[in-house]
Design a binder for this molecule. Structure first.
Ligand code: HEC
Ligand code: HEC
Ligand code: HEC
Ligand code: HEC
Ligand code: HEC
Ligand code: HEC
Ligand code: HEC
Ligand code: HEC
Ligand code: HEC
Length: 309
């Protein structure tokens, strides 16, 4: 490895002479010749890592030659261009790992947050549902260590969980991903409190069903915000948190509603107006449907988006 760097370095100014100056008494100006560049070296691919010369030289008293040029070239970007600047190579004692081995300095597989910065922006998923995850809350407010999630539960790269294809509530119930803690023990269960993680669909438009004749409208916002219903009052199996499930069920009919299923769970004349009254509150009719969708004549039950059953 060292040879790579020495070669990559090409023409470089060297270390020894800088040390002569390092005796200078502390003055107002940072002495870059004595302590290395003032501006931190920052990597941001794939993760963000910051290296500060002054902590290593000025504070810890390391000589330039302890890193240059055997471990690092005296030029930004060289280590990264080798394509080998990874946690795996650190663990093998290369780059930062030459010292960060748990012996000379804290090991690279501990203390992640000393080198890495958690993203300030929230991580959001919007497929199939909208979920927001805040590092701040988990790290700063709750005091969790990076290593409690990285890399055992999540890789330090957003998108990986989704790409796995197994980032689902079912997996959480088995203790994976968020479910590793959100099990009702370490943190509130993923089986409850849906609304703490999930937000209502972004789409301000109401849900609309048009099978087979009479378009039915449903407003999430009024049910949640005005009537104060929590997500679990419907997403307890009465409705999936995914549009389309009810529509494709054979029994999404008035008869089922009258029997207390689906909307009829509440629209029973007790919790909310009964399903056999106020037909027009739910059924907005073909005209209403067309107005809402901008379509012309689709709501007559022959729309081919409805697979028959
Ligand atoms: C603990 C290791 C370490 C020590 C000690 C160290 N450096 Fe560095 N230095 C680095 C790293 C890491 C880089 C970036 C290399 C890369 O990106 O491949 C770097 C890069 C540089 C650069 C290039 C900056 C640029 O913008 O291209 C200069 C100049 C430099 N060091 C000077 C010094 C001097 C002078 C000293 C001694 C006073 C010193 N370094 C001590 C790790 C160190
Ligand atoms: C001594 C500094 C240091 C410590 C401590 C450290 N890392 Fe890194 N890490 C790096 C550097 C340097 C890179 C490569 C540059 C980059 O990704 O920007 C890196 C890269 C990564 C990557 C990108 C992919 C890979 O495998 O290289 C992940 C993920 C990662 N670190 C996770 C962790 C976790 C988790 C911990 C704690 C258990 C940790 N790191 C501790 C310095 C450190
Ligand atoms: C030549 C040895 C050496 C190398 C190489 C080295 N470090 Fe360090 N580093 C140290 C020592 C020694 C300490 C202080 C001892 C400790 O904290 O365990 C330290 C401390 C640190 C700290 C804590 C400083 C603070 O202000 O909290 C960070 C962060 C850090 N190193 C990052 C890095 C990164 C990132 C790299 C690679 C780019 C790296 N170091 C390479 C020796 C080294
Ligand atoms: C409670 C769990 C948890 C903790 C603790 C945690 N993270 Fe994360 N982190 C995540 C999740 C979830 C993702 C997204 C992973 C995915 O999409 O596959 C992520 C992604 C990241 C990413 C990638 C962001 C991007 O845009 O690609 C970085 C960087 C990161 N974490 C750094 C940290 C650091 C540094 C710490 C500690 C200070 C930390 N994380 C602590 C859960 C956690
Ligand atoms: C700890 C946070 C959390 C809680 C609590 C939670 N979920 Fe999730 N849920 C997620 C994450 C993360 C995903 C995956 C990403 C996505 O779908 O955008 C997800 C995905 C889903 C999906 C998509 C398909 C599937 O099965 O994964 C449904 C449906 C769902 N959640 C329903 C619920 C319901 C109903 C509740 C309450 C009983 C609930 N969730 C509670 C975080 C949570
Ligand atoms: C390492 C454990 C751990 C993991 C993994 C984890 N969490 Fe948490 N989370 C906690 C703890 C602990 C709390 C606070 C305790 C509580 O509220 O029950 C919390 C609280 C929360 C909160 C509540 C915020 C508030 O304002 O009350 C949300 C939302 C949340 N987590 C979402 C997620 C999502 C989404 C995931 C997966 C992407 C996840 N968490 C993964 C430990 C974890
Ligand atoms: C009064 C009942 C009710 C309540 C309360 C409710 N929902 Fe829903 N939700 C539904 C119905 C009905 C559907 C559509 C299901 C279907 O098509 O099979 C749905 C679907 C969804 C979808 C999927 C949207 C899409 O476009 O695929 C999400 C996300 C969702 N709900 C989130 C929530 C959240 C978060 C809460 C709590 C804040 C909540 N819901 C409260 C009835 C409700
Ligand atoms: C968890 C209970 C619950 C479920 C399930 C439920 N509703 Fe409601 N709904 C209410 C309550 C409570 C009100 C307000 C009281 C009232 O108007 O009687 C309401 C009011 C309404 C209204 C009138 C005002 C508005 O918000 O537009 C319509 C229309 C409506 N619901 C349609 C539906 C449809 C369609 C479904 C099934 C897809 C459904 N509701 C499922 C509880 C529920
Ligand atoms: C609380 C909301 C609500 C009320 C009130 C309501 N319906 Fe419905 N209706 C629905 C839903 C939801 C469906 C199923 C939607 C679908 O299949 O696309 C439906 C389906 C229907 C259908 C077609 C399927 C079937 O069951 O035969 C007819 C016809 C119908 N309603 C007539 C009525 C009449 C007449 C009234 C008044 C006496 C009424 N509805 C009151 C919500 C309601």
């Amino acid at each position: 490895m060292n040879k790579n760097f020495a070669m990559a370095l090409g023409a470089s100014i060297l270390t020894g002479s800088f040390l002569l100056v390092s005796q200078a008494t502390a003055t107002e100006d940072y002495d870059a010749k004595a302590f290395g560049p003032e501006s931190p070296i920052v990597w941001d691919t794939p993760t963000k890592v910051t290296f500060t010369h002054s902590t290593h030289t000025e504070d810890l008293g390391l000589e330039c030659s302890e890193c240059h040029d055997d471990i690092f070239a005296m030029q930004r970007g060289v280590a990264e261009r080798t394509g080998k600047l990874t946690m795996a190579s650190l663990a093998e004692g290369q780059f930062c790992g030459a010292c960060h081995d748990g012996d000379t300095a804290f090991a690279s597989d501990t203390n992640c947050s000393a080198c890495h910065v958690a993203p300030a922006a929230e991580i959001t998923w919007d497929d199939p549902t909208l979920v927001v995850f805040g590092h701040n809350m988990h790290v700063e407010d709750l005091g969790l260590e990076c290593s409690e999630c990285h890399d055992s539960i999540f890789t330090m790269k957003s998108g990986a969980a989704t790409d796995s294809g197994t980032f689902t509530m079912a997996a959480f119930a088995e203790g994976k991903y968020c479910g590793a803690c959100h099990d009702g023990d370490a943190a509130f269960s993923a089986n409850s409190d849906c609304g703490t993680c999930h937000t209502l669909p972004n789409d301000p438009e109401p849900m609309l069903w048009s099978k087979p004749v009479k378009a039915v409208v449903f407003y999430h916002n009024t049910h949640v915000e005005e009537y104060g219903l929590d997500c679990e009052s419907c997403h307890d199996g009465t409705f999936a948190m995914k549009k389309g499930a009810a529509e494709h069920a054979d029994d999404f009919t008035m008869e089922a509603l009258y029997a207390g299923k689906y909307c009829g769970k509440c629209h029973d004349g007790d919790t909310a107006f009964a399903s056999n009254t106020l037909c027009n509150s739910c059924h907005i009719g073909v005209k209403g449907y067309n107005r809402m969708t901008g379509e012309t004549s689709h709501a007559d039950g022959h729309g081919d988006e409805h697979s028959g059953h």
